[in-house]
Design a protein around this ligand. Structure first.
Ligand SMILES: NC(=O)C1=CN([C@@H]2O[C@H](COP(=O)(O)OP(=O)(O)OC[C@H]3O[C@@H](n4cnc5c(N)ncnc54)[C@H](OP(=O)(O)O)[C@@H]3O)[C@@H](O)[C@H]2O)C=CC1
Ligand SMILES: C[C@H](O)[C@@H]1OC(=O)[C@H](O)[C@@H]1O
Length: 253
């Protein structure tokens, strides 16, 4: 089993990509601590699913944009499972909005959740890993949007580029501690974050049509790539970014 005896922490794992990653890590024999913000029932259903796989899980409700939430999440996982081996920074929001009248509050919240939140959480997890002295793996969920733009995502795409860059710099800062830092760059994955945006059948068809593999993604498409980077299968991989987009990025014409 790829994560036998390991403890995995994942932010924003009550649904979507984070949930799929949490369940996959449990299938690989890890105990899992999840963080979430809103829906306690969903979070508890993830815990129940992981327990049904024979692994342990806890769910901690907190806002990643609050700097205090990061050490608290890590401390809760250490109390429950004794340490941190893998950290997946996944929590994120994308409130679609036009550029010219972007409200300051929407810009600010998106930056604070997606970029500041990732920073606080990765820093807290890294400090725990360094104190443990046995290395670790950090995986951040960036996006294809780190590389390309979006008309209604001018506040969001810079956060995803920032998360990608954060992993590159952390790979340098933490390599000497045996801590690997990588990101996954999902394409368009059908989740709650884009339910309204993809409700327009024309837009949905247009987006699917530019994907060489012929379909939009589902959260489970990210589970394997995240598990790979989390595990010793990727033991010499750090500072890397793995596109998981069905080929959308390379499809110019
Ligand atoms: N779906 C897509 O097409 C793509 C998504 N991504 C990235 O993947 C990540 C996950 O997105 P996805 O699974 O699609 O989205 P979902 O909306 O399905 O899930 C988002 C998760 O993040 C949690 N969350 C949101 N805000 C906070 C917060 N402030 N503090 C803690 N938890 C929070 C939510 O918790 P709760 O539900 O309890 O509020 C939920 O568990 C994001 O970083 C997103 O940018 C990247 C590329 C493409
Ligand atoms: C939420 C969007 O549909 C999704 O988010 C991303 O990061 C992708 O690039 C898509 O635009």
């Amino acid at each position: 089993m790829l994560l036998e005896g390991k403890t995995v922490l994942i932010t924003g794992a009550s649904q979507g990509i984070g949930r799929a990653a949490a369940v996959e890590c449990a299938r690989a024999a890890a105990n899992v601590a999840i963080n979430y913000l809103g829906d306690e029932a969903e979070a508890e259903s993830v815990v129940a699913e992981i327990r049904s796989l024979g692994r342990e899980a806890i769910a901690i409700r907190s806002d990643v944009a609050d700097p205090a939430s990061a050490p608290a999440f890590v401390a809760a996982a250490v109390t429950a499972f004794g340490g941190v081996d893998v950290f997946v920074s996944n929590a994120g929001i994308c409130p679609f909005h036009a550029f010219l009248d972007m409200p300051v509050a929407v810009l600010d919240r998106t930056m604070r959740v997606n970029l500041h939140g990732a920073y606080y959480m990765v820093q807290a997890a890294a400090n725990q890993m360094v104190a443990q002295g046995r290395g670790g793996s950090i995986v951040a969920v960036s996006s294809i949007s780190a590389l390309v733009g979006g008309e209604y995502q001018t506040h969001y795409t810079p956060t995803k580029a920032g998360v990608h860059s954060l992993m590159q710099s952390c790979a340098i800062a933490l390599g000497r501690h045996g801590i690997r830092c990588n990101s996954v760059l999902p394409g368009t994955i059908q989740t709650a974050i884009n339910k309204d945006d993809l409700a327009d059948p024309e837009k949905r068809a247009r987006m699917a049509a530019r994907i060489p593999l012929g379909r939009l993604g589902v959260p489970e498409d990210l589970a394997g790539p995240i598990l790979f980077l989390a595990s010793d299968m990727a033991r010499y991989v750090t500072g890397a970014a793995l596109l998981v987009d069905g080929g959308a990025f390379v499809n110019l014409q």
